[in-house]
Design a protein around this ligand. Structure first.
Ligand SMILES: *[C@@H]1O[C@H](CO)[C@@H](O)[C@H](O)[C@H]1NC(C)=O
Ligand SMILES: *[C@@H]1O[C@H](CO)[C@@H](O)[C@H](O)[C@H]1NC(C)=O
Length: 315
């Protein structure tokens, strides 16, 4: 900003310089110093502009080479699917025909979950996470196992609160959670041409709340690039439901598919579902959150019924 403002009065300064140049035939001793001063100003202004440009470019994330945006925060996608060749990661696991990925890829849709559903499910996350919270910037709440981040550890919400859990969550909360899970499952099945009933919800499936506070333990380090199937062998299809808006609720925190040629980002938007096959064809990371708070749910599916978990219930 500043360099541009200072650049504007260049013309009057320039004409002044021309005037001085005309006088310079008589006062030749002062001329070189003026020229040097002017050059110095040009160099200083130039460096400032370059520095500002670098900072601006850096803040856009342009420092990490070529980045393509798969889904902008302001677009409303009826559904976008990009097929990518499957990795060999599935070969070392038992195959379930009609489910184990033969067609791999990634999809994004803003039409699966409404903004209102996202808002309501986010309030479940807020309620639950307000009972705990990591000392670092990343907290989780797993309604299936009951795991909740507290300080540098996790507690079991159900064990800790016992019957009092019903004063925190309502049956409607859990019903909404199940509905949302079901809709996401159907969307994945449709995109990959498989039967929804062949997909089994698996663990960990959890809410995440991320802010800019520095990590305190390895659990807080969400930003490393990883392959879900390597981290969790049971995963075949991973999905994320975003519950906050990129640049309205938080900065940083974009999802990035990492590729040789160009990284592909998904900008979170409340109600946006992003899903993908869990193998190394979908190596990914989440950028560090710079400000604000980012809420999302990770919902994972396995083709192996032995890895299935059930929906959470209140009683
Ligand atoms: C992709 O992102 C990673 C990590 O931010 C970076 O190291 C890499 O250079 C990027 N690749 C491209 C092609 O931009
Ligand atoms: C981030 O969340 C933690 C709780 O998990 C909280 O202690 C901390 O104050 C928050 N930081 C910011 C910057 O809001």
């Amino acid at each position: 900003m500043a360099p541009q403002r200072r650049g504007a009065p260049k013309a009057p300064e320039g004409s002044g310089a021309a005037e001085r140049r005309r006088q310079s035939s008589t006062k030749s001793v002062r001329a070189p110093r003026d020229v040097r001063k002017r050059w110095l100003r040009v160099v200083v202004l130039g460096s400032c502009t370059a520095l500002a440009a670098c900072l601006f470019w850096g803040s856009l994330g342009g420092d990490d080479g070529i980045t393509e945006v798969l889904a902008h925060r302001s677009e409303i996608l009826p559904g976008r699917f990009i097929e990518v060749p499957c990795s060999e990661d599935y070969d070392s696991h038992r195959r379930f025909e009609g489910c184990s990925p033969r067609k791999c890829g990634r999809g994004i849709s803003d039409a699966v979950i409404t903004r209102d559903e996202a808002r309501r499910i986010r309030s479940i996350a807020e309620k639950g996470l307000s009972l705990g919270g990591s000392d670092g910037g990343a907290s989780i709440l797993d309604l299936h196992s009951g795991a909740l981040s507290v300080g540098k550890h996790f507690v079991n919400l159900y064990r800790y609160f016992g019957d009092k859990i019903q004063t925190i969550f309502s049956e409607e909360d859990f019903q909404l959670y199940r509905d949302v899970r079901q809709k996401v499952q159907l969307a994945i099945a449709q995109a990959f041409g498989i039967s929804a009933s062949s997909l089994h919800l698996t663990k960990p499936t959890f809410f995440s709340r991320i802010n800019s506070t520095e990590a305190r333990t390895a659990h807080d380090e969400y930003w490393h690039a990883h392959v879900d199937k390597v981290t969790y062998g049971s995963f075949d299809y991973t999905s994320l439901l975003y519950l906050s808006d990129y640049l309205d609720d938080f900065g940083g925190g974009r999802f990035v598919f990492m590729e040789e040629g160009a990284n592909k980002t998904v900008e979170p938007r409340a109600g946006r579902v992003s899903f993908f096959t869990s193998g190394s064809e979908n190596l990914h990371r989440v950028e560090k959150v710079h400000w604000g708070t980012r809420y999302a749910i990770t919902i994972a599916f396995s083709c192996n019924p032995d890895h299935g978990i059930s929906d959470p219930t209140l009683t």
